[in-house]
Design a protein around this ligand. Structure first.
Ligand SMILES: [Zn+2]
Length: 221
């Protein structure tokens, strides 16, 4: 590919040819592929806030979220793969309001992939404090949904929010990652949390519906 000087001047790090890779390409290359056993591999588009030319989270952090999502969905035969990484400007670092959450995806949402945003701070809009992540519906167009993760997210937050993306509410199943109970002594070890059979059935229905409508498209092998 021949980059024109105009393009280089506009986006130097991304348009640069040769051995030096831009930060977005580096992040994308650090992401895991869908597992072999995943019969339905869906594309995730990562939108990461950059502050002072650096992403608010590391490639390792992002890879762990993806790995955990793939591991927890393994029984559903669904997998996730990052197909694109995009930069979001530092003005979006702190998400305080519902309007902020709407604005984050407006103009960035795309049908066919799962849009996941990673920000520096995600405030609780119902009570004081911060949250780890959220599955959000654009209030101006309820068809548009995306996931927002805070840099303080737990390693299974993406898997949990993807559970919401596939139609699941919170649950009481002891071994489910949709269970928000902190009573750990009544639950299996955290690394075993995945989905209950009833939840897997809902995920399967939703997968079929979203695939048929083109809301999400399987990644071409
Ligand atoms: Zn939740």
């Amino acid at each position: 590919m021949v980059a024109s000087w105009a393009a280089v001047a506009l986006v130097p790090s991304e348009a640069m040819a040769g051995p030096k890779k831009g930060p977005l390409l580096k992040l994308k290359e650090a992401m895991p592929p869908c597992a072999e056993g995943a019969e339905h591999c869906f594309g995730v588009r990562l939108h990461v806030v950059f502050k002072r030319k650096k992403p608010v989270v590391s490639a390792k952090w992002l890879a762990r979220q993806m790995n955990e999502a793939n591991a927890r969905f393994a029984d559903t035969k669904i997998g996730f793969e990052v197909v694109d990484v995009r930069r979001v400007h530092a003005g979006m670092e702190v998400m305080r309001t519902r309007k902020d959450r709407d604005r984050l995806g407006q103009g960035r949402f795309k049908r066919g992939v799962i849009d996941v945003f990673v920000v520096g701070q995600l405030d609780n809009v119902d009570a004081p404090g911060e949250i780890n992540g959220v599955h959000w519906r654009n209030r101006d167009n309820r068809q548009q949904r995306w996931i927002i993760l805070s840099k303080i997210a737990w390693h299974v937050t993406l898997a949990h929010e993807l559970g919401h993306f596939f139609g699941l509410p919170h649950s009481d199943y002891p071994g489910s990652i949709m269970n928000k109970s902190r009573k750990r002594d009544e639950r299996p070890p955290e690394d075993e949390w995945a989905f209950h059979d009833d939840e897997e059935a809902i995920i399967e229905k939703r997968r079929l519906r979203m695939t048929r409508s083109g809301y999400i498209k399987p990644v071409e092998p």
